[in-house]
Design a binder for this molecule. Structure first.
Ligand code: ZN
Length: 169
């Protein structure tokens, strides 16, 4: 510890000051705090240590920047995509899985999905709250239209399924 303390004392007692006045260029007298020509304050020179520290910091900063750049360059989207593995159950949600599971042709499956969407719409209409009789009637019409759409798409799906069966058989 005394070694460190001595170093600190030495550093504090000998601050490296500027050699010449920055205003008039006169060389400072030894130990002076002000310029003897113009009276300007003698400023602390940028010490070589501080300069070295700054250089070290700049080097570290550059290293960090280049590292970030290289990491960013290394992480292409393709690599991210290969690293993320989709859960196994998610493949059951793909169209062809549903198709093979339900056993419908593509056209009738699309019609079936549209019909399910229409049923969902009819159910969502039920969330609307009617304040007046006119609103209530309008909601009933909405619901009837959604259900009609669902019925139409289900019928279309059945017809498409029959036609595809006929094609197969
Ligand atoms: Zn001066």
């Amino acid at each position: 510890m005394p070694v460190i303390a001595d170093e600190v004392v030495v550093r504090e007692s000998l601050p490296s000051m500027a050699e010449a006045c920055p205003r008039c260029g006169t060389e400072f007298l030894l130990g002076s705090r002000f310029c003897h020509t113009c009276g300007d304050r003698r400023r602390e020179a940028v010490s070589s240590e501080a300069r070295a520290d700054a250089a070290v910091m700049a080097g570290l900063w550059e290293q960090a920047v280049t590292r970030v750049h290289s990491v960013a360059a290394g992480l292409s989207w393709r690599q991210i995509g290969s690293k993320i593995t989709l859960p196994a159950w998610l493949r059951y949600l793909t169209f062809h899985e549903i198709q093979s599971w339900v056993g419908l042709s593509t056209a009738s499956l699309i019609a079936f999905i549209i019909g399910v969407g229409c049923v969902a719409g009819a159910l969502l209409v039920g969330l609307l709250t009617a304040k007046t009789l006119v609103d209530w009637q309008a909601i009933q019409f909405y619901r009837a239209e959604w259900l009609l759409g669902a019925t139409a798409s289900f019928v279309a799906g059945i017809l498409l399924k029959k036609s595809s069966d006929r094609d197969r058989g």
